[in-house]
Design a protein around this ligand. Structure first.
Ligand code: SF4
Length: 300
């Protein structure tokens, strides 16, 4: 298999684009695609302090590495935020990996834990509960990241979501018929109290992010979270992977279709005004944020 651009040995086949790339062209293409996503969507401006959510997994590690390279010597500051959810046998290794990459890139890092922030590890929260662990995890992690980004004085919060994650999220909302959540998926304007989130890798497939981390020597093979298989996302991921291998470009077209729907709906679907949670002051829909609601249930 030869590179479609230079005839060197190719290391990746991008079937959805009908081409293969060698290592040099792949790295160059990866960084250009991320830069295009950032510029076209006005994600990062000069003088900003960007909090990067770094779990230690391949996506967030690759994100921190690529951002550090893209903004080296430029007027943009990166800080890393790592959330320790408290998942035995899974998180410890990834936290060490997150510390390693932050140290390697000389990026300041803040580690926050569910135990310190909410009084429980995720493992404790989910014992005997009928709600899927990912529901607790997602709500508290979002809350912890927003609070940490504010404490760090960050103007944006960057996450390592990739094209697979994005297409899965859109598909999950279709399957649940949840139009409100679907329309909130890519907020159109800033909301008070909420550090704007950016996803610089959202147009790049997961496999290519892993390859980018590998060729740059920052890949860390982590185990899958023990709760992952209990989620709807796991089924949607398997389905989307099957579709992508049968019909290359499925994920890209799913996202393009969503963007058209979003464009058509934006007039009639005004972005919701967020209120302040009556208990913790974090932004929320209604009077009480999801994190306080779940904490209330945990405390009985
Ligand atoms: Fe949290 Fe679910 Fe992800 Fe595990 S799979 S880290 S429980 S969101």
């Amino acid at each position: 298999m030869l590179c479609s651009l230079c005839r060197e040995r190719a290391i990746v086949s991008q079937r959805y684009l009908g081409r293969q790339l060698c290592q040099d062209h792949f790295v160059q293409d990866f960084e250009e695609r991320m830069a295009k996503t950032i510029v076209v969507n006005g994600m990062i401006e000069k003088g900003e302090r960007i909090a990067v959510a770094v779990s230690g997994g391949k996506d967030s590690t690759a994100l921190l590495f690529a951002l550090a390279r893209a903004f080296a010597g430029r007027d943009v500051e990166l800080v890393a935020v790592t959330v320790d959810e408290g998942i035995a046998g899974y998180r410890d290794d990834t936290i060490l990996a997150a510390e390693r990459i932050a140290r390697q890139l000389k990026v300041e890092q803040m580690i926050v834990s569910f135990r310190e922030e909410y009084g429980y590890d995720l493992d404790e929260m989910v014992v005997g509960k009928r709600v899927a662990p990912c529901t607790y995890c997602g709500v508290f992690r979002k809350n912890a990241l927003n609070c940490a980004a504010k404490r760090l004085g960050a103007s944006k919060l960057a996450t390592g979501h990739n094209q697979d994650d994005e297409a899965q999220s859109v598909m999950m909302n279709y399957l649940k018929g949840d139009m409100e959540r679907l329309m909130r998926f890519r907020p159109r304007r800033e909301q008070p109290g909420l550090v704007p989130r950016i996803k610089p890798l959202r147009d790049i497939p997961e496999k290519e992010i892993a390859l980018y981390a590998m060729v740059n020597g920052v890949y860390f093979e982590s185990r899958e979270c023990p709760y992952a298989q209990l989620s709807l996302r796991a089924d949607v991921r398997d389905m989307m992977n099957r579709m992508e291998s049968l019909f290359p470009g499925t994920r890209q077209r799913t996202l393009q279709g969503f963007e058209r729907i979003e464009d058509l709906c934006k007039e009639g679907w005004a972005q919701m005004e967020l209120a302040e949670c009556g208990e913790c002051g974090e932004p929320c829909v209604g009077e009480r944020c999801k994190a306080c609601e779940l904490l209330g249930r945990l405390r009985g």
